[in-house]
Design a protein around this ligand. Structure first.
Ligand SMILES: [Fe+2]
Length: 159
C-alpha cells in the first residue's frame, strides 16, 4: 500500500524502491539479531576482542536500518520491521547454533554482511534506473558502510 505524497516520483519508481528497501530492511534486521547473538555466545581465546568487535558492527548497521525504514515511510510505505515479517521474508541463511570457534562466527558474519552489502549494491543501479536517485544514494551509503564491516571481519580471517 502506498500513501499519496507530494514527492514527485513515478509510481513505478516508488514501487521499485519500496520493494528493494523492504527486502534490505528485513535482511538487515535479521543480521542485526544474528550479530548480537554472536556477541553473546562467542567463546575462546579471542573472546574479549570478538565480543567487542561484534557490538561495534551493530552501531553502523543500526544507523542504516533507521535510514532505510524512514526512506520507506517517506515514499509513502509502512516499513515492516516486525519479527514475524523478518522471519518470513529474510533472504539470509539461518544463523547456525553450533559454530565452535570465534573464527566460525567471524566467517559466518562476514558471509552475511557481504550478502547484504552486495544486494544493496545491486539496488543502487535498480533504483537509479527506475528514476529514484535519492534511494539509489541511500543504497550507496548502505553499501559503503556494510563494505567497511566486511573489511573489519575479513581482516580477522587473513592468514
Ligand atoms: Fe553487550
Amino acid at each position: 500500500m502506498m500513501r499519496t505524497t507530494r514527492i514527485a516520483l513515478t509510481h513505478n519508481a516508488r514501487q521499485t524502491s519500496i520493494t528493494l528497501l523492504q527486502q534490505v530492511l528485513a535482511d538487515a534486521l535479521d543480521l542485526r539479531l544474528a550479530t548480537k547473538h554472536a556477541h553473546w555466545v562467542v567463546q575462546g581465546p579471542h573472546f574479549q576482542q570478538l565480543h567487542e568487535l561484534f557490538d561495534n558492527l551493530i552501531e553502523p548497521l543500526d544507523a542504516q536500518i533507521d535510514s532505510i525504514a524512514e526512506r520507506l515511510a517517506s515514499l509513502g510505505s509502512n516499513p515492516d520491521g516486525r519479527v514475524q515479517t523478518v522471519a518470513k521474508t529474510t533472504g539470509l541463511p539461518e544463523y547456525a547454533v553450533n559454530y565452535k570457534t570465534g573464527f566460525d562466527h567471524v566467517a559466518a558474519l562476514a558471509d552475511r554482511f557481504a550478502m547484504l552489502s552486495n544486494s544493496s549494491r545491486t539496488a543502487i543501479d535498480e533504483t537509479a534506473s527506475a528514476g529514484d536517485a535519492v534511494t539509489s544514494d541511500l543504497f550507496t551509503e548502505t553499501s559503503r558502510s556494510l563494505d567497511q564491516n566486511v573489511w573489519f571481519l575479513e581482516s580477522h580471517l587473513a592468514a
